[in-house]
Design a protein around this ligand. Structure first.
Ligand code: F6R
Length: 237
């Protein structure tokens, strides 16, 4: 695991964007794994700026997002589909058919989970996966206790995660109770992973990860067994 400590959120975003920039330059038809949330917004802004400056094209890029809420319409303001369009896809030349998010409104959610992993495989697997981390060590929506060998599945959200995500909803009671998420094993299949975390709130989780203790009680710890992970982090108490 490579650790890069940064002083500001902006610096984290630039360092992470540089890794994605190089990936896209080296392999213009890369398969990217993407995340939602506050952590990646700055990185997405950097990539948009690079695209607008003519340094980058996404025309042959395919993306797979980590997760989506169950029960929200794709175009609902709080869906991850909407988040990704508002923060990245609407501003770059990615082809709509190359954008993939799990369908949280699928009639057969179990079949959707299997199909999502299969579509990642069929695309050739994820070249570079972006991750944030929850204060409880979750990655994607894999909460503490999730088996390390989990593939894409339906999960009940913990109260801690629902509270963290309530800022994206008009009313906290509107936060869905379930989500469809890539599993820990689906994430571990990525050839390379970048995890970003900034701010006081995330420091304990980063400390725990640094401690090197690998346990299903702290989902991110499984990343310690992956050969190509870069953690870009910072913030002070
Ligand atoms: C997002 C996701 C989550 C977030 C994590 C951190 O697609 O799967 O695991 O990465 O909750 O969220 P932020 O970045 O908002 O602190």
């Amino acid at each position: 695991m490579t650790w890069i400590e940064v002083n500001t959120y902006e610096e984290m975003s630039k360092v992470a964007a540089e890794i994605f920039f190089k990936q896209i330059q080296n392999k213009p038809n890369s398969i990217l794994g993407l995340a939602t949330g506050g952590s990646p917004v700055g990185m997405y802004k950097e990539l948009i700026a690079q695209y607008q400056a003519g340094h980058l094209t996404f025309k042959d890029i395919q993306t797979f997002n980590l997760d989506e809420y169950v029960g929200l319409d794709q175009t609902s303001p709080a869906s991850y589909w909407t988040f990704m369009h508002d923060n990245l896809f609407n501003f770059i030349d990615i082809q709509p058919q190359n954008i993939h998010l799990p369908n949280g409104k699928a009639e057969d959610l179990a079949a959707e989970c299997v199909a999502y992993d299969a579509s990642i495989e069929a695309a050739g697997g994820i070249d570079l996966q972006l991750l944030g981390i929850g204060v409880n060590g979750h990655i994607a929506f894999n909460e503490p206790g999730t088996p390390f060998d989990s593939m894409t599945n339906i999960v009940a959200l913990t109260e801690s995660t629902r509270t963290e995500n309530a800022i994206y909803f008009d009313d906290p009671s509107e936060v869905p109770t379930h989500a469809i998420t890539m599993g820990i094993q689906s994430i571990m299949k990525a050839k390379e992973i970048v995890l970003i975390a900034f701010g006081e709130k995330k420091l304990d989780a980063i400390e725990k990860l640094k401690s090197g203790n690998i346990t299903e009680d702290f989902p991110a710890s499984q990343l310690l067994t992956h050969p190509h992970v870069t953690v870009i982090y910072g913030g002070t108490k």
